[in-house]
Design a protein around this ligand. Structure first.
Ligand code: C2E
Ligand code: CA
Ligand code: CA
Length: 596
């Protein structure tokens, strides 16, 4: 059928036992374009209408067997046909009960003899009304369908929103919000059943940030997904794993008898994470530090549980990575003290509470000062002078060592340059040793920072000696070589601090451009005891000489040690025997006195 064709003609059924009437009416309606069908008795009409419902019925009243009222009543009683409009046909003079006609459901009537115009007008009107009804009905149906559809879409969207609000988009794991809800529930249950227990594991990936920074966030994201997947495989049936934040995950293990279940999970995770990840061509190793806390009715708030799990996690990290640690109450006090220290340190940095002291490094043969080591001190407003042993580790962990280290480097370079100027306009060759912690050594813009500081202070690079530990070199072997080469290009000197305490292998010394070895104090202290240590120092000195390095003995406290060191061929010494680290004025006095 052609799409543009007119709608099919309206179908009219005429029910009349008088053939004349049928002929007359059908001719009339046919001419107007209606599709007309005729039947001559009530029973046939009902059947026909049920099989093929017309748009309108013209129904005679007086018929044998079944009269028009009954036919109409039956049509109205059936759901399929009740909506079809019925117009009664009645002859003038017939006994016609109009009230009954409407009661049984008739909608209009036409009296015989038929007036063409009247019949057509009434038929047209009723068909129009019927058409309008159908249209409304259709619209209602459509409306209902749309409402149903929208309702379903809304329900889907709600479901999706709910999922999004409670899950992490990257890994698909439950998120912090969801975890906290679960934790709350678990905690509430311990209030109801007093001997019920559960465990919370707080897991922080070790070195994830390094991967992210060095390989990019895309690799970082994929690695995160892979880590999440591996963690999932370690979760026991009543465990609940969530991505808490960044590279932190949390696990809730409900209903446990003792902490062993949690420890087992931690061990399982560590084992699973020992295998490398293959995201790029290179193998990536990621492990995690895990803090565990036992949840009992002693806890009131989920935050407290997490705080303790987090504290335990930090303890695990501090002990060396890829470990787990179960929380105990002593840790809380410790972490509180640590937090206070951190806050204090931040403030100290803003208020310039740090100063540098300078400890002379002495040429043993001539007893002259060859240089100084800069050692930082903290003038705490209430605690007085605080030793770097107490605060340097905290600044390293918090990253505060970066801004602090920059200040130290600049201040030390400025100071030594000033002293050089004061001695014959910079001709006096005194060097300054500046300590670089691992964190500082790993900064990607370290060399730029140093270049800038040297440019600002005007210090000759060869007067600067950076002191780093073996650990810093070995842990970043590949990067270290490149950085050290850049130092060498600028003639900046490099000294290995605390030499002898780190790696027993000396082979790495050949690989790095190193100028100085500072023999650790522990060897010097025991130098006076005969035997082993003498041999070690002897070995270090001859190794250094072979490699063209100089040796400084640290922690020289007594004359006897000086004598021994000289015998062993050690060139330089540093320690209380010569001088303690000195405030700047005192250090200048020491320099000035030896010029005389
Ligand atoms: P270090 O680099 O090994 O510094 C030598 C430490 O030994 C200094 O302690 C110094 O005062 C001390 N010392 C010197 N001679 C003797 C001696 O004859 N006997 C004894 N018993 N000790 C002696 P200090 O100044 O307390 O520094 C401790 C550590 O803190 C340093 O060890 C270094 O690792 C770190 N540190 C100090 N200043 C800085 C700094 O400016 N930056 C960085 N990154 N670390 C620093
Ligand atoms: Ca040092
Ligand atoms: Ca040292």
């Amino acid at each position: 059928m052609n799409k543009n064709s007119d709608p099919p003609p309206a179908r009219v059924l005429i029910v009349d036992d008088t053939p004349h009437n049928l002929r007359l009416l059908s001719a009339m309606l046919n001419k107007q374009g209606y599709a007309v069908e005729c039947v001559t008795d009530g029973g046939a009409a009902i059947k026909q209408i049920a099989v093929n419902p017309p748009d309108l019925v013209l129904l005679d009243i007086l018929m044998p067997n079944m009269d028009g009222y009954e036919v109409c009543e039956r049509l109205k009683a059936s759901e399929q046909t009740s909506q079809i409009p019925v117009i009664f046909l009645s002859a003038l003079g017939e006994v016609f009960d109009k009230i009954k006609a409407f009661e049984v459901g008739g909608i209009d009537y036409i009296t015989k003899p038929f007036e063409i115009q009247e019949v057509l007008a009434r038929v047209r009107t009723q068909l129009e009304i019927r058409g309008a009804h159908l249209e409304v009905e259709q619209m209602n149906l459509e409306l209902e369908r749309r409402v149903r559809e929208r309702t379903r879409e809304l329900a889907d969207a709600n479901q999706q929103l709910l999922h999004m609000a409670s899950h992490d988009a990257l890994t698909g794991l439950p998120n912090r919000v969801f975890f906290m809800e679960r934790l709350m529930e678990a905690l509430n249950r311990t209030q109801e059943e007093r001997d019920r227990q559960f465990a919370v594991l707080f897991l922080d990936c070790d070195n994830f940030k390094i991967v992210n920074d060095s390989l990019g966030h895309l690799v970082g994201d994929r690695l995160m997904m892979a880590v999440a997947k591996r963690l999932k495989s370690c979760i026991i049936p009543n465990g609940f794993l969530a991505r808490f934040e960044g590279d932190e995950f949390t696990i809730l293990i409900d209903q446990i008898k003792d902490i062993d279940r949690a420890k087992q999970t931690a061990k399982k995770i560590h084992k699973a994470l020992t295998k490398p990840f293959y995201i790029t061509e290179e193998e990536i190793f990621i492990n995690a530090s895990i803090g565990i806390v036992l949840g009992t009715h002693d806890y009131d708030r989920p935050e407290d549980l997490l705080r303790d799990a987090d504290t335990a996690m930090y303890q695990a990290k501090a002990k060396g990575k890829a470990r787990y640690q179960v929380f105990d109450a002593g840790m809380h006090a410790q972490s509180l003290a640590r937090l206070l220290l951190e806050n204090d340190l931040r403030r100290a940095l803003q208020r310039n509470e740090f100063i540098l002291h300078y400890q002379p490094i002495v040429h043993l043969a001539t007893n002259r000062i060859a240089g100084f080591e800069a050692l930082v001190r903290w003038h705490h407003p209430t605690r007085g002078v605080v030793s770097p042993y107490e605060f340097i580790p905290a600044t390293e962990e918090t990253g505060l060592i970066v801004p602090l280290g920059q200040w130290i480097m600049e201040e030390a370079c400025r100071q030594i340059r000033q002293w050089q100027e004061q001695c014959n306009g910079g001709k006096m060759p005194i060097s300054i040793g500046v300590n670089l912690s691992v964190k500082q050594f790993c900064q990607h813009d370290l060399i730029e920072q140093i270049d800038n500081i040297l440019a600002r202070t005007g210090l000759d690079p060869s007067s600067l000696k950076l002191e780093i530990t073996e650990t810093a070199l070995i842990e970043n072997e590949r990067a270290a070589l490149e950085i050290l080469q850049q130092f060498r290009d600028r003639k900046i000197q490099l000294g290995i601090d605390d030499f002898g305490t780190g790696y027993s292998s000396l082979s790495y010394l050949h690989n790095f451009p190193i100028d100085t070895l500072k023999i650790d104090r522990s060897f010097i202290t025991r130098l006076t005891e005969q035997g082993k240590h003498t041999a070690i120092i002897q070995a270090i000195v001859s190794l250094a000489q072979n490699l063209g390095m100089t040796v400084i003995a640290e922690g020289v406290e007594i004359a006897e040690q000086v004598t021994k060191l000289k015998e062993l061929g050690c060139e330089y010494g540093q320690g209380y025997f010569f001088s303690k680290p000195l405030a700047p004025e005192m250090a200048w006095r020491a320099i000035a006195s030896q010029r005389r």
